[in-house]
Design a protein around this ligand. Sequence first.
Ligand SMILES: Cc1cc2nc3c(=O)[nH]c(=O)nc-3n(C[C@H](O)[C@H](O)[C@H](O)COP(=O)(O)O)c2cc1C
Length: 184
Amino acid sequence: MPKVRVFAFAGSLRKGSLHKKLIEASKGLAPEGMEINAYDLKDIPPYNMDLEDAMPSAVADFKKRIAESDGVLMAVPEHNFSFSGVMKNAIDWASRPYGESAFDGKPVILQSVSPGRMGGSRAQYHLRQVLGALSMIQMQFPEVFIGPAGDVFDESGALTDERASEQIRKQLAAFKEFIAGRGD
Ligand SMILES: Cc1cc2nc3c(=O)[nH]c(=O)nc-3n(C[C@H](O)[C@H](O)[C@H](O)COP(=O)(O)O)c2cc1C
């Protein structure tokens, strides 16, 4: 059986990003037969329609990797009750040019972690509206909101909270079934 390939990116550029750590943790929590490939958005420039005719190479690479995947994992920081501008910028690029979106029909799951008790849920609900515009196939449950982030990662950046780990394990196992159920 070929592996299910999940393309993952965090909507944060900083080195110590909790969302990058979530993706790293997800690699170890994925079910057998699923591989998670992490991508760093650091080379994606600010969106500019003038550049669409000759896509920046980082954007072309980002789109290619999305297209080659079986599903997408977005790790979604909450900024001012919404998702981060970094995430929106990358999504806008990959949706262009018109009619050539890399996201069309792709299965997608979301994960968030926040210092606040809401665990990034407001960011995800905003993002879901945008994913609808992209015709992505959203898996709703199980949801992954982790907050308050406080002690869930150790000093090395590893996810040590068993409840959070179990949430992610269940989500990824369900995502594997969700993708298989699409029948293509
Ligand atoms: C501009 C800005 C706005 C934020 N707004 C919220 C918010 O509305 N709700 C929340 O729970 N956390 C908020 N935070 C905290 C972030 O969710 C937190 O810094 C998180 O760790 C960001 O993800 P990262 O670690 O992957 O960079 C905000 C942070 C920033 C920088």
